[in-house]
Design a protein around this ligand. Structure first.
Ligand code: HEC
Ligand code: HEC
Length: 589
């Protein structure tokens, strides 16, 4: 039995049996619809599979296993092929839909966390974001080779190409903005940096003049009740960038007072360009905007949604979907929106004319969510925060970190900005927080909800569920580490320095490169509430854009030459070549 039929069989069985141990969650993150509207397909992140469903009834036709952690999914109507970016596998899969079945055609190597995909209008070249390498790679579809690599800024994920094929727009959340690439030249045209984090998907208008995208803004104000409610901490926006020539981004504010929007992500544009449809994962909803007349502003602008927009149902409305709505596509006639709902393991169908959820297609999954799945739902739930402005994920993007230092009041003092700690293996790296004052993870979870998010006191069961979820968060695949774990000669020399003359391993020790102790390493400031810092884990340090507790360094070179030089910590001074080797090694952790 092949993988596809065994998965399908388990789906069939699950519908007759109460619980089937092997039945995985599907967690769809993206959906595509065929040009004729006869089928749709989803990329299922937890089950590492693609599902094919018949339309309009949603009957499950097939499910095929693909590489680990599928993230991007596109459909090329001309060739009738589906492409899937399997981010942890470092692969792009080419599939075909034939006689109601999915089949694998080719697999392209794309090391470096492939996340987003876009087809060039010539149909011959596929563009893929390599998030961990800060690149967009061009894959020539005849040879299957990567023919160009374009540096586009930190943490590219979503991307889109203009209809004439001249411009590519790509998110660069690590640089807190969006980059535009000149595709003829194959180089970065510009990056617009505008305090954006978690930049979502793009749509481009038919003339190719502008791209629209949802994102969140972080405004560097302390977390207080007033600041949250004013929209001065984290808030949601739809942005607009001009593609032909550089201009400052424009934006509209999305958040209604008292009932904000969290984690906007997916976007679609109706073919008459009259409406933008957006998903908001954190507030579990679909948002609908009439595009002409949206009050885009390039500077300033209100902190909340324009009151005229909010009160006019022909210009704006929101529909509750539950779960975690992610990617979406419209039916060819623009009547229906098909939404991939991660936490509901389903595709939801919204009738945009009737303005209601009319159907839901289950993709399969356990009938009862496990403890960690319940914790995952809390992690992505913006309703856990005051007036639902943001979720854990807004700061800890998919369980990792983000690109800003935030004053969470965590250590009890104001204006003590700390970078967001990634949560991979966090349950094993006691104590917690940069100062290391937190020694009880349950208490830390309560504090995250009631103090960082100013949300309601969680139930005991919620705290346990969150911790169970933290234990399951897998880090992305590190592109600097060979699959067999073998080090290059330079990395090997760096390892010897790390363990020897550099003196690093005296504190950065053990599996998670931390001794779990607080040390005074010369980076303390007078206003610190606690003395010294908790040795941070260096696992995944290759992808950080802001380093050290307050984000004062933006590269490993700067950490080790200026702020945390070996001779100032406990080792010996290193020459340039030794330092380069040490950094090569650090990137493999
Ligand atoms: C507004 C941004 C923000 C939100 C929302 C947020 N965190 Fe954090 N988190 C941070 C920052 C910043 C730190 C580092 C704080 C410090 O060290 O003082 C942190 C630290 C942590 C730590 C300690 C990590 C370690 O290695 O010591 C855990 C665990 C954690 N957060 C979990 C959560 C969970 C779970 C949620 C949701 C309930 C959440 N956070 C919501 C910003 C945020
Ligand atoms: C005495 C204990 C100690 C030693 C020895 C030590 N470190 Fe650290 N390291 C720390 C502490 C504590 C921090 C956090 C400091 C801060 O953020 O203010 C840190 C931070 C770092 C960071 C930044 C991590 C991040 O997430 O931003 C890097 C990188 C690092 N150390 C690498 C090294 C290397 C390489 C060596 C050896 C040359 C070394 N450290 C030696 C304790 C130590």
């Amino acid at each position: 039995m092949n993988a596809s039929s065994s998965l399908l069989l388990s789906v069939v069985l699950a519908s007759c049996l109460p619980v089937l141990a092997a039945e995985p969650h599907r967690s769809p993150v993206e959906v595509v619809v065929s040009g004729t509207g006869e089928w749709l397909a989803t990329a299922n992140q937890t089950s590492d599979s693609v599902s094919l469903l018949q339309l309009p009834d949603g009957k499950l036709l097939d499910e095929l296993s693909v590489g680990e952690h599928p993230t991007g999914l596109i459909y090329a109507a001309d060739s009738n092929r589906i492409y899937v970016a399997a981010s942890r596998a470092g692969e792009v899969w080419e599939l075909e839909v034939k006689q109601h079945r999915l089949s694998k055609r080719r697999v392209f190597a794309a090391t470096g966390e492939p996340t987003g995909l876009a087809m060039h209008p010539d149909g011959k070249r596929l563009f893929v974001t390599l998030t961990a390498l800060d690149q967009v790679a061009e894959i020539d579809l005849s040879s299957g080779d990567i023919t160009r690599r374009i540096a586009v800024g930190r943490w590219p994920r979503s991307l889109a190409i203009s209809p004439n094929g001249n411009r590519l727009v790509v998110s660069a959340s690590g640089d807190r903005g969006v980059s535009v690439v000149d595709l003829a030249k194959g180089e970065l045209a510009w990056t617009d940096k505008f305090m954006g984090i978690n930049v979502g998907q793009f749509v481009i208008d038919a003339t190719g003049s502008a791209a629209y995208f949802p994102w969140m803004v972080y405004r560097a104000n302390p977390i207080t009740r007033d600041n949250i409610q004013r929209g001065w901490v984290l808030a949601s926006r739809i942005g607009k960038v001009r593609l032909e020539k550089q201009d400052r981004r424009e934006a509209i504010s999305l958040d209604p007072q008292g009932e904000a929007i969290a984690d906007p992500y997916g976007i679609a544009l109706t073919s008459d360009e009259q409406h933008l449809i957006v998903t908001a994962g954190g507030t579990h909803e679909l948002l609908f905007y009439q595009l002409p007349g949206l009050p885009f502003e390039s500077r300033g602008g209100p902190d909340h949604i324009d009151p005229l927009l909010e009160l006019d149902e022909s210009r704006f409305f929101r529909i509750q979907l539950g779960g975690r709505p992610q990617g979406l596509k419209l039916s060819p006639d623009n009547r229906f929106a098909y939404v991939a709902n991660y936490l509901r393991d389903s595709v939801q169908v919204v009738d945009l004319e009737e303005r209601k959820l009319i159907d839901e297609f289950p993709l399969g999954g356990p009938s009862e969510p496990s403890l960690s799945r319940r914790g995952e739902a809390i992690f992505y739930d913006g309703r856990r925060s005051l007036d639902q402005w943001y979720s854990c994920h807004s700061c800890h993007f998919e369980g990792g970190g983000n690109s800003v230092a935030i004053d969470t009041h965590n250590d009890g003092s104001t204006f003590s900005f700390k970078t967001v700690l990634p949560l991979h293996h966090v349950h094993q790296t006691k104590p917690w927080t940069w100062h290391g004052w937190q020694t009880d993870l349950e208490a830390a979870m309560r504090k995250s909800i009631t103090s960082t998010m100013l949300g309601k006191e969680p139930e005991e069961a919620d705290v346990k569920a969150l911790i169970a979820h933290l234990a399951t968060i897998e880090p992305p695949t590190n592109p600097y580490r060979a699959i067999d774990g073998k080090l290059t000669p330079s990395q090997e020399r760096g390892q010897a320095i790390f363990q020897g003359r550099g003196g690093c391993a005296s504190c950065h020790s053990g599996d998670h490169t931390t001794d779990g102790e607080v040390h005074v390493v010369g980076l303390e400031q007078q206003r610190d509430r606690y003395r010294g810092f908790n040795t941070p884990s260096l696992v995944g340090v290759y992808r950080k854009v802001k380093l050290l507790h307050d984000g004062r360094a933006s590269s490993l070179e700067s950490v080790l030459q200026r702020h945390h030089a070996p001779e100032n910590v406990s080792g010996e001074a290193l020459n340039e070549k030794e330092l380069a080797d040490l950094i090569e090694y650090l990137r493999t952790l």
